[in-house]
Write a protein that binds this ligand. Structure first.
Ligand SMILES: [Zn+2]
Length: 447
């Protein structure tokens, strides 16, 4: 098994991530987070929110609706251009994203360019392709009491999309926040939420799914200061990734996106790549989006997006720097960095060396023997005390002590606390460390 398969297997076995709609045979490109996955994901997202919003004076949070007026996607260009190059194998009818199966072509690859690469079908190995068609990745739905089959024309008027990115929910609230909070520049709006992309071929576990979490900031700056602000935002991303969620800096690589490959509105983009088990993949993006979005919204809505400087009276449209990170991408990066196989007592051990601030549980408490009521009672007292102090504490009295340690290692619990007969005498417990497997005697009052 590859390391990615090991992680997928651990996620399912220990209740971090299950395939979506598993009971009905799954539903491609969807994943469900189980009890421990929810805990890890929530801690990770809270860490992001605290670092980028709560601890700062220049940041505001928003939480916009997933369903937005379709004019949003006209203004942003998604209706026209949020499309992937779809190509179909005429032999086996499999469909692929042309730019993902051919070497050295971009998303804007033409049929001629694609055919010139002489790519063979990954499924049947033949080379017999249809033309490249543009496939819009937005999920379409209908709003209101319309039966689409009854009245096509009425149905078309009631079209809405599941948002393909969270960013537009931020941009469309820029004016609301400016008019209610009068923030000084630079200031940022942050949002966490779901976005939906009808990926042609979802794959790589949770890396390329059809429903994904995003954590995005639109940081509004004076146009002439964008380069300085870009550098500040850039170094903050490293601080978050390396210090707050503990990714190894040597596994993060910046890729300066060349002009030809950048989105047309961006004057500078850096992709932050991460060494995932199956290769380098994008973890997050950092883009200077100029005033592209606010100007589009001003044109589409007819409302002014001007910002008036309180001191100088100057009026202008701010420019924007956007750090954007995928929730599942960060989640998998954290698991990949934490997943370790080593040897303990001559046997193979799987351990998640999660940072303490992200581990689903800080402590596991158990009684050495589960059929000795005085031990169990004492262990329950310790459990209750730790739970009210730290919150994230779990109880485990399954199997023998060795099996409990293995289980807690696999879910990343940093410390296991065991109550034994000595505890009844001297109020001390055994504390076993996840990473070193060392055991020390500690007074309960010192936990
Ligand atoms: Zn084929």
């Amino acid at each position: 098994m590859s390391k990615l398969e090991d992680i997928v297997s651990l996620c399912k076995r220990r209740g971090f991530v299950f395939p979506g709609s598993d009971i009905y045979g799954g539903f491609a490109g969807t994943w469900d987070f189980g009890p421990l996955g929810v805990k890890l994901k929530k801690k990770m997202m809270d860490a992001w929110w605290n670092f980028f919003v709560e601890e700062r004076d220049d940041m505001y949070g928003v939480d916009a609706a997933i369903l937005m007026n379709p004019r949003t996607w006209e203004a942003s260009g998604h209706t026209a251009t949020f499309a992937d190059p779809l190509v179909e194998c005429k032999e086996c009818k499999s469909r692929f994203r042309a730019d993902k199966i051919a070497e050295g072509v971009s998303e804007s690859v033409t049929t001629e360019e694609f055919l010139a690469t002489h790519t063979k079908c990954p499924v049947c190995s033949k080379e017999n392709w249809g033309p490249i068609r543009k496939f819009n990745m937005m999920f379409l739905t209908h709003v209101g009491a319309v039966l689409p089959d009854d009245d096509r024309e009425l149905a078309d008027k009631n079209i809405a999309y599941l948002r393909p990115e969270t960013a537009q929910g931020i941009f469309t609230n820029y004016k609301n926040v400016v008019d209610t909070f009068y923030p000084d520049l630079p200031f940022g709006l942050a949002q966490q939420g779901k976005a939906f992309r009808n990926e042609i071929s979802p794959r790589d576990f949770i890396l390329r799914d059809r429903e994904c979490g995003q954590m995005e900031i639109e940081y509004f700056v004076r146009p002439e200061t964008w380069e300085d602000e870009f550098e500040k935002v850039r170094s903050l991303q490293h601080e978050f990734l390396e210090k707050i969620v503990g990714l190894p800096s040597e596994s993060i690589h910046e890729y300066e996106v060349p002009e030809g490959d950048r989105a047309h509105y961006s004057k500078r983009t850096i992709d932050f790549m991460f060494d995932y088990p199956n290769g380098e993949e994008e973890l997050m993006g950092l883009a200077y989006r100029t005033d592209f979005d606010l100007s589009n919204i001003a044109r589409e809505s007819g409302k002014s997006m001007d910002y008036r400087d309180k001191n100088t009276g100057e009026v202008f449209v701010p420019h924007v720097i956007e750090p954007s990170i995928g929730v599942e991408r960060l989640f998998l990066a954290i698991l990949s960095a934490a997943y370790v196989e080593d040897e303990v007592g001559g046997g193979k051990r799987v351990v998640l060396k999660l940072p303490e601030n992200l581990a689903p549980y800080k402590f596991c408490v158990s009684s050495l023997l589960k059929n000795k009521s005085e031990l169990v009672e004492k262990a329950r007292t310790v459990y209750n005390a730790l739970k009210s102090k730290y919150g994230d504490v779990t109880w485990d009295d399954s199997g023998n002590i060795g099996k409990r340690y293995r289980k807690q290692d696999e879910i990343g619990t940093p410390k296991c606390v065991v109550v034994d007969f000595d505890t009844l005498e001297d109020d001390s417990v055994t504390v076993r460390d996840r990473d070193t497997t060392e055991q020390v005697r500690v007074k309960i009052s010192e936990l």
